[in-house]
Design a binder for this molecule. Structure first.
Ligand SMILES: NC(=O)c1ccc[n+]([C@@H]2O[C@H](COP(=O)([O-])OP(=O)(O)OC[C@H]3O[C@@H](n4cnc5c(N)ncnc54)[C@H](O)[C@@H]3O)[C@@H](O)[C@H]2O)c1
Length: 281
């Protein structure tokens, strides 16, 4: 998958943050866009901005946790463009960090529904049709460095969802190669990125699913002020480079995340238990 111009990119969670930056970047590469998001006003605004920059955009309100809605989105995209070349299963949400035994089942269902089943639904709705189209293509599933390290500031339920996306995408990649398919895959594992994910999650969580513990979102991680935080456009650039080079792991380049990942792997290999921070990170 080297040539982007005039090809089709599908991005979920594209109304803001990393997803919007991906849409902007793919438009810059002269790709046609199909964007989805659960939040209609932000989606309308994003589509209008992208169209004003000259992009061709199909925009649909989709809840990625709803398999029928993702299938209907795929129907609309293939009806409009006839093919898909890049699929970014990117929509995601977070929970306030809380102990594994305290997060409610409603919170788990919501988080896993979006972060894990959203990816599964995207793969199931688009990949069979991409395969039968026979054209080169690439799937990018958004996980997180929380899917690569032990514990992590975002909490156990979020980490579990992102570890699952890493594992699922590794299998997807292997299966494409075994099947000699013209498709490939990458897993996107950002570190801290300056987006409004915490506010968006609080906005969209059912009931109290996002959690309202004693510590507020800003106390836990004020993303804009985390040292070394990435701009979403930087992450979008990493994605385009990785698709061009057919590179699977798209990791945060921040040293602390890479160090925590190595520490986890070393401890597993050495038969040691997970490192325990003095307090919740
Ligand atoms: N911001 C970070 O520091 C960071 C770090 C690592 C990974 N990530 C991951 O990056 C991805 C994008 O997050 P972001 O930081 O750009 O946040 P964001 O909130 O700016 O973007 C996520 C988008 O997904 C949409 N969305 C949420 N639930 C949805 C659903 N059910 N169906 C469809 N769309 C839905 C939201 O409306 C939002 O527009 C997520 O998967 C997130 O877990 C973010």
């Amino acid at each position: 998958m080297i040539e982007f111009a005039n090809k089709v990119a599908v991005i979920t969670g594209a109304a803001s943050g990393i997803g919007y930056a991906l849409a902007e970047r793919f438009a810059h590469e002269d790709m046609k866009l199909a964007i989805a998001d659960i939040h209609q006003p932000s989606l309308d605004e994003a589509a209008a901005k992208l169209r004003a920059s000259g992009a061709t955009v199909l925009a649909r309100r989709v809840d990625v946790a709803d398999s029928a809605a993702v299938e209907a989105f795929a129907d609309a995209v293939f009806a409009e463009y006839g093919a898909v070349h890049v699929l970014c299963n990117n929509a995601g949400v977070g929970l306030m960090p809380q102990n594994v035994w305290e997060a409610s089942l409603e919170a788990y269902a919501w988080l896993l529904g979006v972060n894990l089943f959203g990816v599964i639904h995207g793969v199931r709705a688009f990949v069979p049709r991409m395969l039968s189209g026979g054209q080169d293509g690439h799937i990018v599933n958004t996980a997180s460095m929380a899917g690569m390290v032990s514990g992590g500031a975002a909490g156990g339920p979020y980490a579990a969802s992102k570890h699952a996306v890493v594992a699922l995408t590794e299998s997807l990649y292997t299966e494409f190669k075994l099947a000699e398919a013209p498709l490939s895959a990458s897993v996107l594992c950002p570190g801290w990125v300056n987006t409004a994910i915490i506010e968006h999650s609080a906005r969209d969580a059912p009931g109290n699913a996002a959690g309202t513990g004693a510590r507020t979102a800003v106390e836990v991680n004020d993303l804009a002020n985390v040292p070394g935080v990435y701009a979403p456009s930087f992450v979008a650039g990493q994605v385009v480079d990785a698709i061009r080079d057919d590179r699977f792991y798209i990791l945060a380049t921040q040293d602390d995340f890479l160090g925590w990942m190595k520490m986890r792997h070393d401890r597993i290999q050495d038969g040691r238990n997970p490192a325990v921070p003095r307090r919740r990170p």
